[in-house]
Write a protein that binds this ligand. Structure first.
Ligand code: P6P
Length: 333
């Protein structure tokens, strides 16, 4: 009989390794796993109830908010606002920070999240996901503030995502390895299925939207052409895999290796993806799985944020693939 380790048991056993742990941090992860199940329940029946279609509202990134986006945003906020462990939150779907309602205790942690990333794929039943990261507050007490949110990525104490795909997985790290839990819908539990995920040192897959190639820098074009050249000893040419959903493209890169790229281009000098709730959490995860993150020049985790929704060129993947990419982009201005 294989050992059933639920996410709850794993979190508790991890906490027990730290004698001074207060349990607050574990409680946040427990609450997030509940939110994940509530979002999964709606995502998994999206095609069955008239929840598809747009709400005609526009979010900070100019994307039309689809009903599932809104549902996921509200669900995560409501699952997290009363536990007493957070002092402030921030979401991709909300321009400003999200305070903890009056009457609820303000805790010592900060939560940033993208409630449903890849939502343009919802109607096509393609993999989408929720992304989160947790920081310790900087301010002393009371309501948290923007400064508590705008911390460098290396200050994150946890990062994770839920990937709603052929199965639903909760993947997270607290700095002690990256662990994946697959939802067993028959019991409603996330069960440990991928302990201590390690990304291959080098891969054979590259993931990028080639439709933007005319707008890339010459250095970026040279790098992608390099991946397409024949060199059997070097596993080139690489294969292209891209679904246009960060969580799905990232999850494959984490497990299979290679490189995910969303570079800057002539139209978007900082690329498209957001630093605080896409770049930073995925960077903490890939680095804790033995891979590497970069904006082309430096670690994503070293970037000093200046606004909640700022964008960054984003490269994530196998250590050796990122190192080769950075050599190609060194000359890029
Ligand atoms: P493009 C989805 O809208 C998203 O924010 C990420 O999930 C994904 O990686 C990216 O945008 C896809 O962007 O320009 O290739 O459609």
């Amino acid at each position: 009989m294989s050992k059933f380790i639920t996410l709850e048991r794993f979190i508790n056993e991890e906490e027990n390794k730290f004698p001074n742990a207060t349990g607050n941090f574990s409680a946040i992860l427990h609450d997030l796993s509940l939110a994940a199940k509530l979002v999964w329940r709606e995502v998994s029946k999206a095609g069955l109830v008239n929840i598809l279609g747009n709400t005609e509202k526009i979010n900070t990134s100019g994307d039309t908010i689809k009903k599932l986006d809104e549902f996921a945003d509200e669900t995560i906020y409501k699952a997290m606002d009363h536990g007493g462990h957070l002092c402030v939150m921030a979401s991709e779907e909300n321009e400003d920070i999200l305070l903890i309602p009056d009457g609820y205790k303000k805790g010592k942690y900060v939560l940033l999240y993208d409630p449903l990333d890849g939502s343009s794929n919802i109607d096509a039943n393609i993999t989408i996901g929720s992304i989160f990261c947790i920081y310790k507050r900087i301010s002393e007490s009371g309501d948290g503030n923007l400064n508590d949110c705008l911390q460098k990525g290396f200050k994150q104490v946890a990062a994770g995502y839920v990937v709603y795909g052929t199965s639903t997985m909760f993947v997270y790290t607290t700095g002690n390895g990256v662990h994946g839990f697959t939802l067993d819908p028959s019991v409603g539990e996330f069960l440990l299925s991928h302990e201590n995920i390690q990304v291959p040192k080098k891969g054979k897959i590259y993931s990028i939207n080639e439709g933007n190639s005319n707008d890339w820098s010459n250095e970026m074009k040279n790098y992608i052409n390099y991946l397409k050249e024949e060199n059997k000893a070097d596993s080139r040419p690489y294969s292209l895999r891209y679904i246009g959903s960060l969580v799905g493209d990232f999850h494959r890169t984490l497990l299979y290796g290679g490189i995910f790229c969303y570079p800057a281009d002539k139209k978007n000098k900082n690329g498209k993806l957001r630093l605080m709730y896409e770049g930073n959490p995925m960077s903490m995860i890939i680095e804790n799985a033995g891979g590497k993150c970069s904006n082309g020049k430096m670690s994503i985790l070293e970037i000093q944020p200046t606004s909640l929704h700022e964008r960054t060129p984003l490269f994530l993947g196998s250590k050796e693939d990122i190192e080769i990419l950075e050599k190609f982009l060194q000359k890029e201005n």
